[in-house]
Design a protein around this ligand. Structure first.
Ligand code: PMV
Length: 329
């Protein structure tokens, strides 16, 4: 390079996406019930800049050897040169907060040289999730990360909600159909602080959904699952009211039902007991077995202190109206 020549600076594409918590309908969403999820302001970001060779967080990296990234790179990666990639995330991994979904939608957007619709990103990230979960994965996490706000995934279109897209997927239990709807979080609810309590115990979504699938052959188990489904159905209208006390009460009921179907744990129950005196309501979120609880807090600092006292790791956060977004610098 001649002296004084300014090196061409490559633009950096940085995409970030929120994690999610499920308020109602986890597990049941794989068997015809709706799930109601909200985006939370713990975010994962993925930066990409053209480079002389492939790197991930500064280390040499072979994209073809990475099972999560390689299908996304094949579909979205349209740069001619290799990329240097950097991942940063506030979202605990394997903890029911949709960390892998947030990273998938963010990475697909960052490695593409042009804009992408939330639908296309969510569909691709859902295929990656389904692969990782042995074919049993609803589009709840990936749609919520892509769209932000509140997302309702249901087996058919709900006319009173904004319908976004439909998904059909073949899996071990046959073909599943989901309709993805979005809803801005009502103001009265959006201002309620959220406290997440992490047990510190990671949990495998794949193992949890396989355990539930095995127990679905028992009639009494299916009856308990029906209660989880019915509560999720009746909670859609409740979410629209934005009343935190009513929603909190139903979250407590939902946690009790999830405990009945065997997806809670002593550590999760312990964190719920600690959080409830400072909350409208609290429940486990996601696959369960370990991972996190979510509390709609009345006193977030006291709630976080009680979670620490009970042996958990708290995160004080808020609802996230924004889904995946791109910054180019
Ligand atoms: O624990 P997470 O964040 O992977 O959420 C899983 C939610 C389930 O309903 C159990 C599975 C699914 O794909 O919807």
């Amino acid at each position: 390079m001649d002296i004084g020549e300014v090196p061409e600076r490559k633009a950096m594409r940085r995409a970030d996406a929120p994690g999610k918590a499920i308020l109602f309908g986890e597990h049941a969403v794989l068997y015809g019930a709706p799930a109601i999820a909200i985006a939370v302001d713990l975010r994962a970001s993925f930066s990409a800049v053209e480079s002389d060779r492939w790197r991930l967080n500064g280390e040499d990296f072979k994209p073809v050897e990475n099972p999560y990234l390689s299908p996304l790179i094949s579909e979205f990666g349209d740069f001619e040169s290799p990329l240097s990639l950097t991942i940063e995330s506030d979202i605990p991994i394997a903890a029911g907060l949709g960390s892998s979904a947030a990273l998938s939608v963010a990475s697909a957007l960052a490695i593409s040289s042009h804009s992408q619709s939330p639908e296309k990103l969510a569909r691709a990230a859902h295929r990656a999730e389904a692969l990782a979960q042995g074919g049993r994965a609803s589009p709840t996490d990936t749609s919520t990360s892509a769209l932000g706000g509140a997302v309702i995934v249901a087996p058919s279109i709900i006319k009173s909600l904004e319908h976004q897209w439909s998904i059909d997927m073949d899996g071990p239990d046959g073909t599943k159909h989901w309709d993805v709807h979005s809803l801005p979080i009502p103001e009265s609810l959006a201002e309620v602080p959220i406290v997440i309590g992490y047990t510190g115990i990671p949990s495998s979504t794949r193992e949890m959904v396989e355990g539930v699938a095995a127990r679905m052959s028992s009639v009494s188990f299916r009856l308990s699952m029906d209660d989880v489904s019915n509560l999720a159905r009746s909670s859609i209208d409740l979410l629209k009211t934005g009343n935190p006390s009513l929603i909190g009460n139903e979250m407590i009921r939902c946690h009790d039902l999830l405990r009945e179907i065997g997806v809670s744990s002593p550590e999760l129950d312990n964190l719920i007991d600690a959080a409830l005196p400072f909350s409208y309501g609290a429940k486990l979120t996601g696959a369960g077995g370990g991972g996190c609880i979510i509390a709609l807090a009345t006193d977030p600092n006291a709630c976080a202190a009680a979670i620490i006292e009970a042996g958990g790791i708290p995160f004080i956060t808020s609802f996230a109206q924004r889904g995946v977004q791109l910054t180019i610098t």
